[in-house]
Ligand binder design. Structure first.
Ligand SMILES: [Zn+2]
Ligand SMILES: [Zn+2]
Length: 237
């Protein structure tokens, strides 16, 4: 158990992040009841982007947006909807230095990868990078923390600096789908010395909404030589 977590456990009294019940287990901040209450992303969803649809769809289908323009990623899946205990944990992670939420969140990522990408092999994991200035301001990249924890859980390598965000982008919140795509287009680039011909990559982010960010990132990874890019995010906005 990392010492940092032990220290954090000491500083923060361990209570469920959502309902406040006292947590018996170390490093855990989501109780069984709140986990059971999570709205998991369940089929039917688009075979490509994983966007869920309402209704009784039995067959394999690709949504309108993916059939109009095939995304750069091969598939994208998310564990839960962006609400309940997960919404609170992700907000704490992003805005309140809540790195103590990582062990709970990584279990959701791991379960999602196990369920959705059972037949896919990965050479390495990477995370959607932050622009350098923003990363310095926050002190960490929340997606990279999730990606490292997932890499340890899956026992595959993490390669963090293969891809860079080369210009600042405004927050995607409140933008329309076309604005989001324009905001992140050409925002990512693979380093000159990090070509990776034929590698199968698992790309991690905290939240996916329209998929514009992970798509731009997957495009850069493919340009760098990735044979496949599968995306996994904790939540679907
Ligand atoms: Zn709870
Ligand atoms: Zn789709």
């Amino acid at each position: 158990m990392p010492i940092l977590y032990l220290v954090l456990d000491f500083i923060y009294p361990r209570n469920c992040i959502h309902c406040g019940v006292s947590m018996p287990e170390p490093l855990r901040y989501m109780c069984w009841d709140c986990l059971a209450d999570l709205s998991m992303v369940e089929p039917p969803f688009c075979a490509c982007c994983g966007d869920p649809v309402a209704g009784d769809v039995q067959h394999n289908f690709v949504c309108f947006s993916c059939s109009r323009e095939k995304p750069h990623f091969d598939a994208a899946r998310s564990a839960t909807r962006y609400d309940g205990a997960v919404g609170e944990a992700l907000r704490a992670l992003k805005y309140e230095s809540g790195i103590w939420t990582v062990p709970d969140l990584v279990e959701l990522l791991y379960a999602c990868v196990q369920a959705e990408y059972l037949n896919v092999s990965f050479d390495w994991i990477t995370a959607v990078p932050l622009y350098s200035v923003r990363r310095r301001a926050r002190g960490y990249n929340q997606s990279a923390l999730l990606a490292s924890a997932l890499a340890r859980r899956m026992r595959i390598p993490i390669k963090e600096r293969r891809i860079r965000r080369i210009r600042p982008t405004v927050s995607q919140t409140g933008l329309t789908a076309p604005q989001r795509a324009a905001n992140v287009s050409n925002a990512f680039r693979v380093g000159v010395f990090s070509r990776f011909q034929g590698d199968r990559v698992l790309l991690v982010d905290d939240v996916m909404t329209t998929g514009a960010t992970v798509n731009a990132c997957a495009g850069a990874l493919k340009k760098g030589g990735a044979a496949s890019v599968h995306v996994v995010t904790v939540a679907r906005g």
